[in-house]
Design a protein around this ligand. Sequence first.
Ligand code: CUA
Length: 435
Amino acid sequence: MTPTFTSARKVGRLLAVVAASIVLTACAGDAELDTLNDLAGPEAQAIDRFMNWILLVSYVVFAIVLGITMYAWKNFRIKTDEYEEGDWPEQIHGNTKAELAWTAAPAIILAIVGVFTISLHSSLNSADSNQINVLVGGENVSWEPEIVVVGQQWWWEYQYHFGDVELTAQRIENLPTPDITTATQMVIPVGQEIELEITSRDVIHSHWIPSLNGKRDAVPGRQSAPWKIEADRPGVFFGQCTEFCGLSHSRMRMQVIALPMEEFQEWVTAQMQGVPLEPETQAYVEALVAGEVPSPETAEQRAVATFRGKCASCHLMEGVADDLWSEEAVADQLVAGAAPNLTHFSSRTTFAGGIRNVWDVETGEFNQNDLREWLANPADIKANFTDPVSDDDSRMRGMPNLGLSTQEIDDLVALLEATGPKPSMDIIEQTGVEG
Ligand code: CUA
């Protein structure tokens, strides 16, 4: 007795399971990172079209290979369970024509696919030199939309340098001070090609906004060739770091907010301003900068004192602690240069690497609870690493527990809320994340 061939029924069942799992994995109706639907830009659409063609080709190849296999199985198998050696079908060996055909055909198919791959790749890597006018500090500046994207453990920084600044192939530490620095959320004008200069401050990350473009690695010490994105309509597009980069890799998310040009300009104007402090707080800051040691009297003054004492070695807040962030201090690494700029914290809608809402999605209220929890012990919300990574690298990864008192936390929460301006309810809803 020879073993019986697996019954057709078993094969059928197996095929059903495979087919069901393939179909069911596609069952995420409103997935934020869907690469098949909600494509909002020419780059993502070009990749999608290309993928569809490749799929089509692979379906055809699959059908041909499967067809030949089934044909051979049906026609050349031994049709009985019991057979003698003499029952074997005639064995053949060597067929030059067939061998040439099955060598040449895949080579030709791959060559054709290769030509289209390279041409798509080079078009994704080339940027148009489109210019738009942006009002910066009351002056009309011609800007070729370009944003520096900096990955770090575990959040994304976006730098805007307006005017004629050479960003391509610059190392991050050689770049001038940006006009605007945001974290976790990149705001772009609709219908404009935006060049991304992607780099990293520590390990390799990967930046990917599926609705707008393919992914691009963020490699420390080098800046990628321009990688472009463009949104063809206003909206919010989610992304996620796609290169395993350590403990909180899964909590390294980002969003692109595409705004019509006028709203983008409003955003730029607001971001260029300092924190709207109360007049007596401004006077308090000026006294501190002048070297005096006034004692804080209001809640906001207390918050400023706490911020300068405990937050400012890592976080910049313009108008509150920029004197501590002199160029020399940055160069001497007296300040970390690698924590989110908090000048307009509450103009953003997510924090902690895009995993918590700054504003309550339902009520529109400032999300004090999550922020209190975060300030009390960041590691409760987002796993981090606040011991030195190695002897020659004393930087920490993630925000440490600063041992803030309840009073200090209350003061800081109020200061952070005041940074503003508060985004529209529409944006708050669209960017809302599940905490
Ligand atoms: Cu950054 Cu994964």
